[in-house]
Design a protein around this ligand. Structure first.
Ligand code: TMP
Length: 213
């Protein structure tokens, strides 16, 4: 079912191990069953150029020397490409675009946890998204300690650069999300990630349904 030139843009946010990936797949299945065309994407990444940036910020050896200003600009560069190359064209086709992370990650991780400064991050985000705000942002809220316990029990690879911070860093990220959700209640759907996956799925679906035709 084409959405007549008006797509729906949904973003997912949260600290590590909150179950975003699982929930995105479940939401995709529900939307597809309703006849929607769903485009799944992620940040950093989502385009060939963005995936190279993803490698740089997460895994590359040279990334170990990365300073916070470089980091924020790399995330923003990946985003600018993502917006133009993938998200805007998909929305024009009337698709539902679901992105695993978007500009709120930069506010929470770089702006709050890395303490780059709200004003700078706001300006960089504004430049990168070129006016493209999500219709709905799902924040799966979970204590970072629990998220990391979940990751450790299932992940085979060693932690990447972004997964090697101290727990206080992720607590600050969570505080950043809480602040954002409070300041934009119309855009944010806050879901308690400590619930069962089924309960999380239902809460998300109830929020998404309101945006469907
Ligand atoms: P993930 O896709 O496995 O969640 O990994 C992406 C990592 O990058 C995660 O630690 C969050 C972080 N990140 C930022 O710090 N700033 C950003 O703007 C984005 C998109 C991600």
């Amino acid at each position: 079912m084409a959405r007549k030139g008006k797509g729906l843009f949904i973003t997912f946010e949260g600290t590590e191990g909150t179950g975003k990936t699982t929930q995105i797949k479940r939401l995709e299945a529900k939307l597809t069953a309703r006849g929607e065309t769903v485009v799944l994407s992620r940040e950093p990444g989502g385009t060939p150029l963005g995936e190279k940036i993803r490698h740089l910020v997460k895994h590359a050896e040279c990334g170990r020397a990365m300073v916070p200003r470089t980091e924020v600009l790399l995330f923003a560069a990946s985003r600018a490409q993502h917006v133009e190359e993938l998200i805007k064209p998909s929305l024009r086709r009337g698709n539902v675009v679901i992105s695993d992370r978007y500009f709120d990650s930069t506010t929470a991780y770089q702006g709050v946890a890395r303490a780059i400064g709200r004003a700078e991050v706001r300006a960089i985000n504004r430049f990168a998204i070129d006016g493209l705000l999500p219709h709905l942002t799902v924040w799966i809220d979970l204590k970072p300690e629990i998220g990391f316990q979940r990751i450790q029990s299932r992940k085979m690879e060693p932690p990447d650069r972004m997964e090697q911070e101290k727990m206080d860093f992720y607590r600050a990220v969570r505080d950043g999300y809480a602040e954002l959700a409070e300041s934009e209640p119309g855009r944010f759907l806050v879901v308690d990630g400590a619930q069962s996956p089924e309960a999380v799925e239902e809460a998300i679906w109830n929020g998404v349904k309101k945006h469907l035709n």
